[in-house]
Design a protein around this ligand. Structure first.
Ligand code: SF4
Ligand code: SF4
Length: 138
């Protein structure tokens, strides 16, 4: 996944929008290998070990689906990493879903909500399947 090369980043559209996607639910890292290479290079953590490490990074484990997946912490205002100048993660660190979202002008044509499209391979279900497989190998 060459997410860092996506050309949808920093579009004037997103600047004008101000991050409605981020004000809803944070994006997640769909690719476990990418997540660990960013935050825990060279390490292989169990779910329990990861759970212990995440708070210091401002991250949490989503476990409602039964498959633990790390995600940015949520606030009432949306993703905890949304700052006044945009996302506080570097592009290289940013969750896969955030990088994969395809901005759409339709979003700005309505008063609220996000109509930007997330490709199927970055969906919550796809992420859940990948993390499930990953945890089976640890
Ligand atoms: S991806 Fe869509 S919702 Fe997110 S900042 Fe860009 S235009 Fe706004
Ligand atoms: S991690 Fe960054 S881009 Fe993703 S939802 Fe949070 S603020 Fe937005």
């Amino acid at each position: 996944m060459l997410l860092e090369k996506r050309d949808s980043l920093n579009l004037p559209l997103c600047r004008e929008c101000g991050g409605r996607c981020c004000q809803a639910s944070p994006g997640i890292w769909v690719d476990p290998e990418r997540f660990f290479s960013i935050f825990f290079p060279g390490q292989r953590l169990t779910v329990e070990q990861l759970r212990g490490e995440l708070p210091a990074l401002g991250l949490v484990l989503w476990e409602k689906t039964g498959v633990p997946m790390p995600a940015p912490r949520s606030l009432a205002s949306g993703c905890a990493f949304l700052g006044t100048d945009g996302c506080r993660f570097s592009v290289a660190e940013r969750p896969c879903q955030c990088l994969a979202l395809i901005p759409s002008k339709e979003t700005l044509d309505q008063q609220q909500g996000c109509l930007c499209r997330l490709p199927e391979e970055f969906s919550r279900d796809a992420a859940s399947q990948r993390w499930q497989k990953y945890w089976q190998t640890v």
